[in-house]
Design a binder for this molecule. Structure first.
Ligand code: SF4
Ligand code: SF4
Ligand code: SF4
Length: 198
C-alpha cells in the first residue's frame, strides 16, 4: 500500500472511531445495565456529516418502528427561542409558538422547554424517542438552517445488527457504515486485554 492510500485509510479509520464514540456516548444511558449491549463490538452507524435527512431511514429499516432515532446534541445547540428543527415558521412571535407554531415533526416529538421560565430567553430542545420515527425532518431543517446539532443515530439497543443493513444498501449518501462500538473512545478495554495476553 502506498503512503497516500495508507493515510487515507488511517483517516477513514479515525473517522469511524469518532462516530462510534459519539454514538456510544449518546446511547450508553439507554443500554440495559444487565448487559443487553456487549461492552465491545461493531455496530451500524450513521455519519452525520454525510446524512441529509432524506427520510429513507424511517422506512428502510427491517424493524418497525425504525431503529433510527433523532437526537439533539446539547453541546452544539444554540437554545434558540425559535428552533428550525421544532417550528417551520421562523418569523412567528415567540409568545405564539406554543399555540400557533406549525411543528416540523409530524409526531410532535421535538420537546421545547423554557430554561428561564419566560417566553423569550433560553430553550432546551430534546427528542422524545418514543414518538420519533426517524423521518429526519428535524435533522434536515437543523442541518440546512440551524447549528447542525440534531442528527440521526442507529440505536444499538434497537438495531438487530443485520449482516447487511437494509438502510445502508439504500442510503443515497452512503452515510451508513459498520463502526467500532467501544466501551469509550480510548480503547482502554481492548488495550488491557491485549496487554494481559502478552
Ligand atoms: S438514508 Fe442516509 S441520507 Fe437518508 S436519512 Fe438515512 S442516513 Fe440520512
Ligand atoms: S421530525 Fe422525524 S426525526 Fe425528527 S423527531 Fe420528529 S419523527 Fe423524529
Ligand atoms: S442493521 Fe437492520 S435493524 Fe439495524 S438499522 Fe440496519 S436494517 Fe435496521
Amino acid at each position: 500500500m502506498d503512503r497516500r492510500k495508507f493515510l487515507v485509510n488511517l483517516g477513514r479509520g479515525a473517522c469511524a472511531i469518532v462516530i462510534g464514540g459519539v454514538t456510544y456516548r449518546v446511547v450508553k444511558n439507554q443500554l440495559n445495565p444487565q448487559g443487553a449491549g456487549p461492552k465491545t463490538r461493531f455496530v451500524w452507524a450513521i455519519d452525520p456529516h454525510k446524512c441529509n435527512g432524506c427520510g429513507i431511514c424511517e422506512v428502510a429499516c427491517v424493524r418497525t418502528p425504525s431503529a433510527v432515532k433523532a437526537v439533539n446534541d446539547q453541546k452544539k445547540c444554540s437554545f434558540c427561542v425559535v428552533c428550525y428543527g421544532h417550528i417551520s415558521d421562523k418569523q412567528i412571535a415567540s409568545d405564539k409558538i406554543i399555540s400557533d407554531g406549525k411543528r416540523v415533526c409530524p409526531h410532535d416529538a421535538v420537546v421545547r422547554e423554557s430554561y428561564s421560565g419566560t417566553v423569550d430567553g433560553t430553550f432546551i430542545y430534546t427528542i422524545d424517542d418514543k414518538k420519533c420515527t426517524g423521518c429526519g425532518k428535524c435533522v434536515k431543517n437543523c442541518t440546512e438552517k440551524g447549528t447542525q446539532s440534531m442528527f440521526l443515530i442507529i440505536r444499538p439497543d434497537l438495531c438487530i445488527a443485520c449482516n447487511s443493513c437494509n438502510i445502508a444498501a439504500k442510503c443515497p449518501q452512503n452515510a451508513i457504515d459498520r463502526v467500532w462500538f467501544g466501551p469509550e473512545d480510548d480503547f482502554k478495554g481492548e488495550y488491557e486485554l491485549e496487554y494481559e495476553q502478552n
